[in-house]
Design a protein around this ligand. Sequence first.
Ligand code: ADQ
Length: 755
Amino acid sequence: MKRILIFILPILIIVTLGFTISGIMQARFTEEKLMDDLMRKARAVGESLELAAKYILVNNDLKAAKRLADSFQKRERLQGCVIYNREGQILAVTEQFSYLNDQERPYLKNILSTKTPRGAIEQFREYSVYSYILPVLDDDGNVLGMVEVIYDTSYMFTTLTELWKKLSTTLIALILLIFLVTLLIQRQIFIMPVRRLTQWFTHFQRGDTDKLRPFAEEKGEFGKLVSEVEQVALSMRVARRTISDQAHVRLQKEELWTEAKLKDLIHAKLGDNSLFVVSNREPYMHVLDESTGKSACIRPASGVVTAIHPILSACGGTWIAHGSGNADRKFVNSKDKLGVPPEDNRYILKRVWLSKEEEQGYYYGFSNEGLWPLCHNTHTRPLFKESDWKMYKEVNRKFADSVLEELPANDPFVFVQDYHFTLLPKMIKEKRPDARIALFWHIPWPTPEAFMICPYQNEILEGMLGADLIGFHVQNHCNNFLDTANRLLESRVDTEKFSVVRNGKETFIRAFPISVDTRSGTGSFKVEPLRQIEHLKKEFELEGKITALGVDRIDYTKGIVEKLLAIDRFLEKYPEYKTKFVFIQLAAPSRTHIKRYHDLISEIDELVEKINWKHREGDWSPVIYLKKHFSQDDIQPYYQLADICIVSSLHDGMNLVAKEYVVQKNDLSGVLILSQFTGASRELTDAIMVNPYSTEEFAESIKLAVEMPKEDRKKRMENMRRVVSENNVYRWAAGIITEMTSLKKIEDKNALPSG
Ligand code: ADQ
């Protein structure tokens, strides 16, 4: 509208100005003409009365004078006639002007003496009139008297008002007409081509070649523009193909999975189709610091973010996630998107907005009070509320719509993350059967008996089976899922192919142990200068002490309480380590709106306080509890300085902290104490395994770690570092993408007509 006004306003100003000037001129001309008519009429009537007046004045016939004056009474407009004697006194006057008897009119004497007629506009009481006075002479030229003709001029004003009314109506009609015509022209000239161009870009973006054809055939400038853009796009496509071909060659040469190799694989396997990742947690969050009023961009403490970020950084694509930062809306474009990382845009982040109620029901409620405890064996009761389930379904639908909006025309690849989106694969598949969908389940999958308590089990399983591939961290979770599908759904489980067939659709179930970015000095973790480590040692007085470390989100599944109890027991049993041993716990508060998490925070606070009070000696306390969110760069020096890292999860899909620690211990001096209930324990077999529920055994494991000989530490760490670097996050992603594309091949082969 603003643009239209800018365009129309000058035209309107010119038209209005022109019209007003011509209106004024027309009004003036009309006024002059009316005046002229009036004067002429008055003069003619005055002269026509001269003879009759002469007779009256000569004969002093007052009756005749009265008759003459009264004859004006009947005329349509206000008119009058006055007969004067030679002294200028009124002999007869039309009744409506009888007040003239009392009016002083000095110019009458002048007319009598000069014998010259006079015509002028006069104000008689409330009336504006035209008065024409003619001296009446005898044959010798002597003055006998005067005759006056009076005309009302108000009709002139009425006529002019009418004229102005007509002019204004015409002007308004003209403005409206100009407005309409301009709108039509603007639509035809500007909006339609822009709209067509936008349509063209949308189809082009989605690779909809059929819908693009009519555009290219268009004649004129628009057709030329489309053809030019097509040429640019073609060159880009060719360039991408070339990279793909080079990728094939490189893929066969390299052994360890690297960022470049994954990039090549994705180009080789997915071609022009980019990757679409969906997760609840976003990789970058904008938060407003209330005290400074400034916004900061942070990376949330989340295993999913830690794993997926390096993949999209390497390969590009679009990541669709909940925009949960309180300043998130300030940093997106009109399509709710932004390029990230902020300093070096590698991929697109599309934020989906949720209301408070949606977040409460879908995220805190169904996902984290229902599914999270359902899938973790930690004896926390899952809560399933109908209202949360309803919200969960609605939010899954919202994300599905947001994903569908983005998908290109052919064979898109959608990679869905975690338990927040069990219904998404089916919702997407229903609208886009050609989409290849993988779902990765980052947490454990329970036994069928445990899963069975979920009131919405069938819808959840059906939703998940909309995916072509479902990935878990370890084979045991795959087996549990196959058992669950077998027992709870009407489906066929193929234990040879590890797939579930339901309603003619096959979903493959595979284990892909997730990992971290192992590049040293690049990616999420940079080689930290010694300076920072020295600074921490000084700050916490760690010099000469054995330092153990824990890095966790504050979650009851992470066994932070069990870890603290084990430290307490260790110091009880082996007091010689007092003042020589320090445990640092970095703890990021999470899901704090849930009571269980809220209570856990207080429980840990109290326990830390109690243990420190119990064992304190001089300035030394055994536990340094740092309860806050750290950036990845800030965690790094803690990993590097720690002699021991303790991962004590009661149940954990994988646990990336264990792997991060191993990657960071370049000097091979660290020991990892790892809960046997983590997925990571299957790979990191050189860690000291613990059952966190057994405080006694746990305390012994700490002693073992503290006293482990240097050579032993080195050997174990070397083995673990080899395992993690061979099975890094690039290999994890490559495994899923290779599996997906080879599944596609099986389907393609099946689709060939037999014979
Ligand atoms: P999470 O339960 O989030 O992930 P985890 O794998 O341990 O658990 O990853 C946590 C991540 O958060 C790590 O990258 C860690 O560095 C970071 N982090 C921890 N404490 C932090 C703090 N105080 N400040 C900042 N960052 C912190 C889920 C599953 C896991 C699975 C992952 C990936 O529960 O089992 O390993 O997904 O699949």
